[in-house]
Write a protein of this length. Structure first.
Length: 400
């Protein structure tokens, strides 16, 4: 097994693979393939039990105390927290979406045995494409932390609603869509909590993503985190040590088999990202399931250790230069409203560390769109959508 202190060298080798893959779009050369196998053997821990879903994913049940998270140098002596201390305030469903349908959870009824957690097995494709996902996350983070100054956004587009005030997390329902993308494009929607400036920027995000290389145009649950503006720390899902999985039935990379349709049924995912009032850990709760958490020790005293200063909801896409950008959300502008445009509703924010939730006035939302001719974000009070909502998205078609 590859030791953690040798990982930087191994990671450098994999970065070379990224360049090869992007340049040639062909099967990796044999020598580099060996390095990739070494990395896969490192990130994929021995499974006590495994399942294969009807979508082709392999889900492993691994010992909860032997997951990749604990290879992080700050987590060597960490004790697993099975649940947040302020659970009730975050896992009670207040039926904030009377018209939307929450997607049913559980991949083909799969559940791992006691003492284990469920993890999607990392594939060659996951590793090869991780650099694109990292770049996507860092662009938005740097744009926000620098207020848009001198940041090259070539290929990247955002349309979000931001709340810029101190908070300890939030909760919302995101309508789930499955926008069509080319093999080199990405389309996603997420909730993000963040604080700091540029290289000191710390953030956690979670939502759904469509990336053909990874998903074959299916929408999946994803997360991304960083403690230094994506310079050295953080990653997509469980591709690096840090995130502690506790769920036995919902893995990061979970595939949504029911998605919204234009003018038809709307399916949603309820996501909470919040800081535990006693431990300081940041938890991810999907509907009523504690999926896992990012331990407090991953972050700094000037960062997420003491809460966040920004929380945002909305969409993000990537497209290579000279290729027309893909759909965001439903592929339609917010003006079309409920049933036709992507939305985030049931928004609640924790203003205090005790986890007490409040519904922020829609007037406090700052809509932000980097390419308004292709994508927009707007706030609406739509009687068909309980509570105020952020509508976002667009048809794309932008090129650089």
């Amino acid at each position: 097994m590859v030791s953690f202190d040798k990982l930087p060298l191994l990671t450098f080798s994999v970065l070379i693979l990224f360049i090869v893959a992007e340049s040639h779009k062909k099967v990796l050369v044999e020598d580099n393939g060996k390095e990739l196998e070494r990395l896969l053997n490192y990130v994929n821990r021995p499974a006590i039990k495994s399942f294969q879903t009807k979508f082709g994913d392999i889900l492993d049940c691994i010992d909860i105390n032997k997951q990749l998270a604990f290879d992080h140098p700050m987590l060597k002596t960490h004790s697993v927290q099975l649940r947040p201390t302020n659970t009730s305030k975050w896992t009670i469903n207040n039926n904030n979406s009377k018209n939307g349908r929450f997607v049913p959870f559980g991949q083909d009824g799969i559940r791992c045995p006691l003492g284990t957690v469920i993890v999607k097995r990392i594939t060659h494709e996951d590793v090869i494409q991780a650099h694109r996902l990292k770049s996507m996350g860092s662009k938005y983070s740097r744009y926000v932390s620098s207020k848009g100054n001198n940041i090259d956004l070539t290929g990247y587009h955002f349309a979000v609603g931001e709340f810029k005030y101190d908070n300890y997390g939030g909760k919302a329902n995101l309508s789930i869509w499955e926008p069509e993308v080319s093999p080199t494009q990405i389309s996603s929607a997420s909730m993000l909590v963040a604080t700091g400036n540029y290289e000191h920027f710390e953030s956690i995000r979670a939502g759904w993503i469509v990336y053909q290389w990874l998903n074959k145009n299916h929408s999946r649950l994803f997360t991304y985190w960083t403690a230094d503006g994506f310079i050295k720390t953080g990653c997509f899902n469980t591709l690096c040590p840090g995130f502690v999985q506790v769920s036995t039935k919902i893995p990061l990379g979970y595939l949504f088999n029911q998605v919204s349709t234009y003018g038809g049924k709307q399916y949603e995912i309820e996501i909470s990202i919040f800081q535990d009032s006693k431990t300081g850990d940041w938890w991810l709760v999907v509907f009523n399931e504690n999926v896992g958490y990012w331990p407090k020790s991953l972050f700094t005293e000037v960062g997420l250790v003491h809460g966040a200063s920004l929380i945002s909801y909305g969409g993000e896409v990537y497209s290579p230069v000279k290729e027309k950008s893909p759909h965001m959300g439903s592929g339609h502008f917010p003006i079309e409203g409920y049933l036709k445009a992507a939305y985030v509703n049931g928004i609640e924010v924790a203003d205090e560390i005790d986890g007490k939730l409040s519904k922020p006035p829609i007037s406090t939302v700052n809509p932000l769109s980097t390419t308004p001719n292709c994508y927009k974000a707007e706030t609406k009070s739509d009687s068909k959508v309980p509570y105020d909502a952020i509508f976002y998205g667009g048809p794309g078609g932008c090129t650089f």
